[in-house]
Design a protein around this ligand. Structure first.
Ligand code: CDP
Length: 213
């Protein structure tokens, strides 16, 4: 029996993982999970309840009680939630609490999953892994435009500083840090539009699948 395809996409903030993941999911007919939304939903709920996102025990309890439907809230992509999500994501008990859901998501039909530790921790045996990145200036500019497009006032330098801080926090935590898996294909999206990123990814994926067939 042909095994189910799992495409693991990791990379730093605002590198273009989500856009690419959605397009690949559509192309391959696979379900897509943006795993950042799980951490964002935990953070959002804690902020709503006046809890401290740095409180590990409270964060774990929130993660264990999370209803996946909460990832569909439309208030998860704010600068406040960016910061709080990175804090709760540094807590090993939160990562452990969200692990089973992520693995089960891909069990029936395979999946395209994007996050920080998909190719290293969640699916270390995924046949296709992509590490999507871009120069910090390009990522900051994208996030700035995205916020402006949604009417959220922002300052470009502040956005750049927040992204740098969050990347450092994500890369330096002891459990599930942001890191390129050794067998991940590198895609640098600096200066590329979504179509060009998609085409580059498809070429690399086709070559990887052919070499595994
Ligand atoms: O959209 P953006 O790249 O800015 O962030 P995201 O993918 O929604 O992730 C938000 C935060 O969740 C990150 O800063 C990480 O701290 C955390 N995260 C994680 O730790 N592990 C994942 N698999 C996905 C996200």
């Amino acid at each position: 029996m042909k095994s189910k395809l799992i495409i693991a996409i990791d990379g730093p903030a605002a590198a273009g993982k989500g856009t690419l993941a959605r397009r690949l999911a559509h192309h391959f007919g696979l379900p897509h999970l943006d795993t950042g939304l799980l951490y964002r939903a935990v953070a959002r709920r804690m902020l709503d309840e006046g809890a401290d996102p740095a409180d590990g025990a409270a964060a774990e309890a929130t993660a264990r009680a999370l209803d996946p439907a909460e990832t569909e809230r439309n208030d998860l992509r704010t600068p406040e939630v960016d910061r709080a999500a990175s804090l709760v994501a540094a807590e090993p008990r939160v990562r452990a609490a969200l692990r089973a859901f992520q693995r089960e998501f891909a069990a029936a039909r395979g999946a395209v999953m994007d996050g920080r530790d998909i190719g290293t921790v969640i699916f270390p045996a995924a046949p296709v892994k992509l590490f999507v990145t871009a120069r910090p200036e390009a990522r900051a500019e994208r996030r700035f435009r995205e916020l402006a497009g949604r009417g959220i006032p922002a300052d470009e330098e502040a956005v750049a500083a927040e992204i740098a801080e969050r990347d450092a926090q994500d890369a330096n935590r002891p459990v599930g840090p942001l890191r390129r898996a050794e067998d991940a294909l590198l895609i640098d999206t600096t200066g590329l539009d979504p179509d060009q990123v998609f085409t580059a990814a498809l070429e690399k994926i086709a070559a990887r699948i052919a070499s595994h067939a």
